[in-house]
Design a protein around this ligand. Sequence first.
Ligand code: PXP
Length: 250
Amino acid sequence: MAAPFLRLGVNIDHVATLRNARDQGYPDPVRAAHAAIMAGADGITAHLREDRRHIRDADIDIIKREILAPLNFEIAATGEMIAIASRVRPHAACLVPEKRSERTTEGGLDVVGGHNHLAPVVRQLKGEGIRVSLFVEPEVEVMEAARSLEAPVVELHSGAFCEAYLAADEGLTAHELSRLRRAAEHGASIGLEIHAGHGLTFDTARMVAAIPEIVELNIGHFLICEAVFMGLGEAVRTMRAAMDEGRAGI
Ligand code: PXP
């Protein structure tokens, strides 16, 4: 059977990071979202952090109003964020762990230890008609824990794989890729929809795209960095082509 289409969600957080550096309204993350969709992105991802260090509440409202493509709203499982998600009603909510001191999301959610806290959150968001995903480590046991939370989707944390690749550590890269592959296979076999994200570049997205169970990649930082050199539209088109090559087994 042919592998399903692999969707690309473009994360626009770091357009907001640049905007906030001067706070003069540009570059506008909503304009970036339009440009990404025009260039072939299938959806927009944005993380409203507790400290509002990049995306702000108003960005989310405008994106929801102006962008017709699906919004994947990344949030910590806090009362404040759940209330915002319930009001905004994005297409999807991806629950992520959040530490104030971290530069970016450092690890996956603790779906085992956090079961009792997460279960009602998943239930509430699902009840609002929002597709819930859990950002998790690529481990078989974690897939089981995600299923027991009745989340329909998991997003596998690809950060360790991407770091190993950037460090040119071939053994570790192969190990991390096989962790992603095994978790994806197991997760799909127990009925989870599988996504992946964090740290992906053209090269690593091409490699991850070869895992047929994965149906969505969410990519931000690298695309916004490449946009400095080639423009956001071209960066998204080049990423799309890399993903298509990986999926086709080229
Ligand atoms: N997916 C999740 C759940 C994330 O937290 C992030 C980072 O905000 C991404 C994807 C995108 O990661 P990157 O910006 O490294 O491409």
